[in-house]
Design a protein around this ligand. Structure first.
Ligand code: SF4
Length: 491
């Protein structure tokens, strides 16, 4: 392992990075996984409400989107690659008539970004009907389950849809109760047949899933509170870990397919969920403010202003500023209209990296000692480039404060972070990371400090990417532990 030379990097132009550092990963932090939405509301425009729901969940997946609608006789699916507003037109939505629907926006944790992999996945069942399924999470026993299917699936959601369709000879409900206990990993799922909407969540409840009620009496299920609010639904409760809910003409019924063993994703609180998401009596916005306060207590610094790295760092930066008694300012402006789809196609565009997404506000940062608050450091490249930009804009000092502990391990439960070899926190000390990113000082929130900012106790949280304790065994994972060293050639 050879650390690239740092001398002069801080003052150099962005193109003067050390040789051997591949810029392809610039701007690539952890990637959201998927958003799911389901609605049972006869008499309502369920396709359009699902569209709005997906719109509110767009941050969870920007590669593909789809909606399946049933009018009680047949299921029609429209899906494609792209953002929600690229996949659907007014005319297309008007053609999707029915009483119930499921929707999905996708980021691919397994399988490529193709039309086939877009969801909802549709399958015909032996009983002569069909099912449509949207999944958020990731299974770790996909290969084992896939052997039971005649046609080789290309991702875990296809496996799930294939198994449910195969077993839905009596009813989809019975197929779920038979299949769900055999799925290992993280899964928050909405699935429907022609007449019923189902939602189920793995026993660990890794990914969120919430139930809401529409004013006229219909039901909504969504990954986050924002998906309920945007269609005017009132939050009722979360789908419990290990629970299957069925919604039809008779209302909502609940059955259990596994005893609950909660291990909610801690990273949802740091980065993934929108700030207006509420879970288990807690607010993500308040939790992030508290993370900032904790950071200010753990790592105070003599500085002039606190600035966030938008958007996930915003509430924490406000918390830091309040606790430290420092002014809060927007020192970085985010271009909201640059999505992954724009950055992906060409290497030259990717190399523009974070400059496409963020710009420093010279009037704010020039001559100032900055506290910069961000949510995480994955490969280190984004932070490094960001700090160079701030110094080029005249920042006198840059003190980086991070609302998650160092990410040392990959996530196998639906978040695409990086491989262990790409994770800068897996092998380097905090001082080494500080030197790599070029900050004057660097502090990661302690794990205890982070947990205390959420409404959960340590025992009911998955923290594996930080402490390596995987709550759901991952086949082969222990063989990979400690095998990798952070390799600057791979970042
Ligand atoms: S490993 Fe990290 S990102 Fe993945 S579920 Fe656990 S806490 Fe969340």
């Amino acid at each position: 392992m050879q650390q690239p030379p740092l001398d002069g990097v801080a003052d150099a132009g962005l193109d003067a990075l050390p040789e051997g550092v591949d810029l392809a990963g610039y701007g690539e932090g952890p990637r959201e996984e998927c958003g799911v939405f389901g609605i049972y509301a006869p008499g309502e425009d369920v396709a359009r409400l699902t569209y709005f729901g997906l719109y509110a969940l767009q941050h969870r997946g920007q590669e593909a989107a789809g909606i399946a609608v049933s009018d009680g006789r047949r299921i029609v699916v429209h899906k494609d690659t792209g953002l929600v507003n690229q996949v659907f037109t007014d005319t297309g939505l008007a053609a999707l008539e029915g009483d119930l629907a499921v929707g999905h926006c996708r980021y691919s944790t397994t399988g490529g970004s193709t039309w086939v992999n877009a969801q909802p996945q549709y399958r015909e069942t032996p009983a002569g009907g069909g099912l449509a399924l949207g999944h958020n999470g990731n299974l770790v026993n996909t290969a084992e389950l896939a052997r039971e299917l005649d046609e080789p699936p290309s991702n875990d959601s296809e496996v799930m849809a294939g198994l449910l369709a195969r077993d839905a000879d009596v009813s989809l409900e019975e197929a779920i109760l038979r299949t769900a206990p055999r799925l290992t990993g993280a899964f928050s799922v909405v699935v429907m047949d022609e007449n019923r909407l189902y939602a189920f969540r793995d026993a660990n409840g890794v990914r969120p899933l919430q139930i809401g009620r529409l004013p006229a009496g219909g039901w909504v299920v969504a990954s986050e509170t924002a998906g309920l609010q945007i269609v005017g639904a009132v939050y009722v409760r979360d789908v419990a870990p290990g629970e299957l809910v069925c919604i039809d003409d008779h209302g909502l019924t609940s059955r259990r397919f596994a005893p609950p063993t909660p291990n909610f994703c801690l990273f949802e609180w740091v980065y993934l969920a929108r700030p207006d998401h509420r879970q288990d009596g807690g607010s993500v916005l308040f939790a992030r403010r508290q993370m900032g306060r904790v950071l200010a207590q753990e790592a105070p610094v003599d500085a002039d202003i606190v600035i966030p790295v938008p958007e996930a760092g915003r509430d924490a930066a406000a918390g830091y500023a309040a606790e430290a008694g420092l002014p809060f300012a927007d020192g970085l402006v985010k271009n909201r209209y640059v999505g992954r789809t724009f950055i992906q196609p060409s290497q030259s565009l990717r190399q523009l990296g974070i400059r496409l997404k963020l710009s420093p506000v010279q009037e704010v940062v020039e001559g100032k000692r900055l506290v910069v608050v961000d949510d995480s450091i994955v490969r280190g490249n984004t932070s490094r480039q960001l700090i160079q930009m701030l110094r080029s804009a005249g920042a006198a000092e840059v003190h980086l404060r991070i609302t998650s502990p160092p990410i040392k391990n990959p996530c196998y439960y639906g978040i695409d972070m990086a491989t262990r070899a790409e994770l800068i926190g897996a092998d380097l000390t905090v001082d080494e990371i500080r030197d790599f990113v070029g900050a004057d000082s660097l502090h990661f929130i302690s794990l205890d400090g982070l947990i205390s900012s959420t409404p959960h106790q340590k025992k009911s949280l998955c923290r594996a990417c930080f402490d390596g304790e995987y709550p759901i065994p991952v086949p082969g994972e222990h063989e990979h532990l400690a095998q990798f060293k952070f390799d600057f050639d791979t970042v």
